[in-house]
Design a protein around this ligand. Structure first.
Ligand SMILES: Nc1ncnc2c1ncn2[C@@H]1O[C@H](COP(=O)(O)OP(=O)(O)OP(=O)(O)O)[C@@H](O)[C@H]1O
Ligand SMILES: [Mg+2]
Length: 264
């Protein structure tokens, strides 16, 4: 077990640890060089940098779509180096993933799209119903569960993608350019949703070019340049004061509250 996983002196736990991580793709391209950073429970961080800086590669290592060339990544209690291939789907249940291209199934209803991770994980019909409605309520889409995603706007479709990412109540939420196709107002709304999840203890890492949207929220900003971490900036003021409260909050309770208010 990596020492950096233990609770630090303020009692916060590292949920994500990059330990001297480098990634060289097969074509010889060095996408990440000696990357070191940690993220704690309930942290809200953006990762930014020029096109090709390595942002998506960081997320691909966390989702184990790619493996590091050297160094080690830890996430949600697992050493990813030690994960066997057959263990990867179970590990991924601890991650919520949101992409620019939200990859919804257009021949299924909104409900079915959000329910998918729960169906795969073998939840009961009762739990699926309860959790899907809670997640849709959370993103402001309760009442639209019978529609096809084709009947929704781009922003609403992206929110369905977010509901699907969080329906399993993962401790970690990862997003790669989640607002790339949206106008500034909808993008701000999506970022606001991510921030809310961090406030209930979810560790949220968002790769984005959209720096204009970032400044509204207390956040941490990791900047990559040619695969190297060149800046790690923490906006602390309100974030710090909100943190202890966030840690005491349980995401399940939060979703259950949403459920009870959304369902008579
Ligand atoms: N599968 C791959 N094979 C080879 N090289 C790759 C692969 N994926 C990414 N790269 C290279 O690694 C570097 C980092 O790519 P990455 O996709 O992580 O950048 P990014 O910061 O997400 O860029 P963008 O802002 O354009 O999405 C780039 O030079 C890219 O060309
Ligand atoms: Mg990218």
């Amino acid at each position: 077990m990596c020492n950096r996983f233990r609770a630090n002196k303020k009692g916060r736990r590292n949920v994500i640890v990059f330990n001297a991580v480098s990634k060289r793709y097969e074509n010889g391209r060095e996408a990440l060089a000696n990357l070191d950073f940690e993220m704690q429970t309930g942290e809200f961080a953006f990762i930014t940098g020029h096109s090709g800086a390595g942002k998506s590669t960081v997320l691909k290592l966390l989702t184990v779509i790619e493996r590091p060339s050297s160094g080690e990544v830890f996430c949600a209690g697992d050493s990813l180096r030690r994960l066997r291939n057959r263990e990867i789907p179970y590990y991924r249940r601890k991650l919520g993933m949101v992409f620019q291209n939200h990859q919804l199934l257009f021949d299924r209803s909104v409900f079915d799209n959000v329910a998918l991770p729960l169906v795969i994980a073998g939840y009961s019909t009762y739990d699926i119903n309860r959790r899907v409605r809670a997640a849709l309520d959370k993103v402001g889409l309760l009442g639209k569960e019978r529609l096809s995603p084709l009947q929704l706007s781009g922003g609403e479709q992206q929110r369905v993608g977010i509901a699907r990412a969080v329906v399993n109540k993962p401790p970690v939420l990862l997003a790669d350019e989640p607002t790339g196709n949206l106008d500034p107002e909808l993008s701000a709304e999506i970022m606001g949703l991510f921030y809310q999840f961090s406030q209930v203890g979810v560790t949220v890492l968002v790769a984005t070019h959209d720096l204009g949207l970032i400044s509204r929220y207390d956040h941490r900003l990791l900047t990559l340049h040619e695969g190297r971490l060149v800046e790690d900036y923490q906006e602390t003021s309100e974030y710090e004061s909100g943190f202890e409260e966030a840690r005491d909050h349980d995401f399940e309770d939060e979703l259950d509250v949403a459920h009870t208010t959304g369902e008579v």
